[in-house]
Design a protein around this ligand. Structure first.
Ligand code: SAH
Ligand code: SF4
Length: 396
């Protein structure tokens, strides 16, 4: 059967469906009820353990069923518009998803950060962000829509393809690399967007990513970062069991109102109460508090003292993030000595407080620098920006 490109794009994807949704979709297209359980299991295995992206590679699926799948569905990966590799090994993909049904194609960014013995994939949850945190590049992007569960899971599938985490898909024993040898060991919902404003799709995607008969990322190695959508915090913990990170950035409401404007709706008192109620907290399962270091804004030792006070009683790690500049940003990163003094203070108070080494800054892949192609810099601006980065930071 011949397919036109328009038909190919319009067909719904089987990626990102729950097992129930997958079964229902197959039955609607004519699969006999009595086969559903077995077929769902087979297809799930091919999609998430073997990592195939063509129905014809599903070797133990009958020809008739493969034809049915071809006719009605797709499992294609998104298009890679651009793949950049930083001089520190960080990779950034600009991905384009076709419209499924109405709408237009969307572009998002996904970042891979290799570190000693582990590799973290930073996944986007929305195109742009409706929130407007003052120091964040993504917050300046106009076009906003939620990503579907397909689009979220596909970021992980594509990265596993590119990094070789699905190496043996053509052999009879072929499968995902065992967890010790994988390139991607951790996943963080810290790309573009506010994940708790896209609750259902993010939840489904994280459950698929951690499914033990599939992609099998450990839930302890999946972290969702929120700017503080208080009513959804406990619920996401109850319904997924993943780790939580909070973009705190300020310890007084007046300052946080400015930096993270959702604070006006859900102030610190409510945010801290939700954190205390997060299910399963213990010393081995702590909340990460992210704190961006902005020169002269939130980086004094008084801030450090108040931070320690605010988090009293919560099993917590504090992650200090040197501010990553972007074209047009109006903040500066704190001086290195200031960051170290701040870190020492909270260390002495008993908190682990790693300073997050900026990664992939040269390709605008660091925290808060992501944006879609449609919104990216013109080449001339980019060259000017790169020159600024080198002047400010050397070749880091
Ligand atoms: N929207 C979610 C997750 C994405 S942002 C959230 O806000 O938590 C991931 C992290 O990068 C957040 O802690 C965010 O505050 C931080 N960030 C944003 N812009 C930054 C910048 N320019 N420099 C450093 N960190 C930044
Ligand atoms: Fe959105 Fe997070 Fe950026 Fe704030 S920091 S604008 S919530 S992506």
């Amino acid at each position: 059967m011949a397919f036109s490109p328009a038909m190919l794009e319009a067909r719904p994807s089987l990626i990102g469906l729950t097992r129930e949704e997958l079964g229902k979709a197959l039955v609607e297209k004519g699969l006999p009820e009595r086969q559903v359980k077995m077929r769902v299991q087979q297809i799930w295995h091919w999609l998430y353990i073997r990592g195939v992206s063509d129905f014809d590679d599903m070797k133990n699926v009958s020809k008739d069923l493969r034809e049915l799948l071809h006719a009605h569905f797709t499992i294609q990966r998104p298009e890679i518009v651009e793949e950049q590799i930083s001089n520190d090994g960080t990779r950034k993909w600009l991905l384009r998803f076709p419209p499924r049904g109405a709408g237009r194609p969307v572009e998002i960014e996904t970042v891979y950060i290799p570190e000693d013995g582990r590799g973290t994939l930073c996944v986007s949850s929305q195109v742009g962000c409706t929130l407007t945190c003052d120091f964040c590049h993504t917050g300046t992007q106009r076009l906003v829509r939620n990503l579907t569960a397909e689009e979220i899971v596909s970021q992980l599938l594509l990265a596993r393809d590119r990094l070789g985490d699905f190496p043996d898909r053509d052999t009879p024993q072929g499968a995902i690399v065992p967890s010790e040898g994988r390139k991607i060991t951790n996943m963080v919902m810290m790309g573009m967007g506010e994940p708790l404003y896209n609750f259902d799709h993010v939840k489904t995607a994280m459950l698929i990513a951690s499914d033990g008969d599939g992609l099998s990322l450990s839930k302890r190695r999946i972290t969702l970062s929120t700017s503080g959508v208080v009513p959804e915090i406990v619920r996401i913990g109850e319904e997924t069991g993943v780790m939580l990170a909070i973009s705190l950035h300020a310890v007084r409401d007046d300052l946080r109102d400015l930096l993270v404007p959702i604070n006006k709706k859900y102030p610190l008192k409510d945010l801290i109460a939700a954190c205390k109620a997060y299910p399963g907290l213990s010393n081995a399962r702590r909340i990460t508090f992210e704190y961006v270091m902005l020169k002269g804004v939130n980086d004094s030792l008084v801030d450090a003292r108040d931070l320690v006070k605010l988090l009293k009683g919560i099993p917590a790690k504090i992650n200090l993030i040197p501010f990553n500049p972007w074209p047009g940003s109006r903040y500066e990163c704190s001086d290195w000595e200031t960051i170290e003094a701040f870190a020492d203070f909270i260390n002495q108070a008993g908190y682990a407080s790693p300073i997050r080494t900026p990664r992939g800054r040269d390709i605008l892949a660091a925290c808060g620098q992501l944006k879609s192609e449609s919104e990216r810099m013109k080449k001339t601006d980019r060259l000017a920006f790169e020159a600024m980065m080198i002047a400010n930071h050397g070749e880091d």
